[in-house]
Design a protein around this ligand. Structure first.
Ligand code: SF4
Length: 118
């Protein structure tokens, strides 16, 4: 079993990991953030569930900055999967994260990603 999507610790600042205590994923099954395969219906459903939790997470911005700094390329982080993070400029990811509401469905966010990359 993989660990929860644990962002790597920052090297500066006091209590750099405080934000992790507020992560909505910390008490969930970590496997949810690591769907196997990207095209099977079950993997897509699993990814949608994980992303929906991320959209409602109060530390999403901290999580996004952490994954952008760490270059972690596995799993869903901050509501974006590996491919979305690789293909999208960090500033666009930041903007999309700020525009996403907790009740947005992943398809709406994917649509915004596609518009941003067009
Ligand atoms: S944004 Fe998602 S992956 Fe990041 S801490 Fe919150 S729930 Fe976990």
């Amino acid at each position: 079993m993989r660990g929860m999507p644990r962002p790597s610790p920052k090297l500066d600042g006091d209590r750099p990991d405080d934000w992790r205590e507020s992560a909505l994923c910390k008490d969930e099954d970590p496997e949810l953030w690591f769907p196997l395969g990207h095209i099977s219906p079950s993997a897509l459903y699993q990814a949608e569930q994980a992303k929906s939790i991320c959209y409602a997470c109060s530390v999403r911005f901290e999580c996004l900055e952490d994954v952008l700094n760490s270059g972690d390329s596995f799993g869903i982080r901050a509501g974006f999967d590996e491919q979305e993070r690789l293909k999208t400029h960090p500033d666009t990811l930041r903007r999309l994260a700020s525009e996403t509401q907790a009740d947005d469905g992943p398809n709406r966010v994917v649509g915004r990603l596609a518009e941003s990359c067009a």
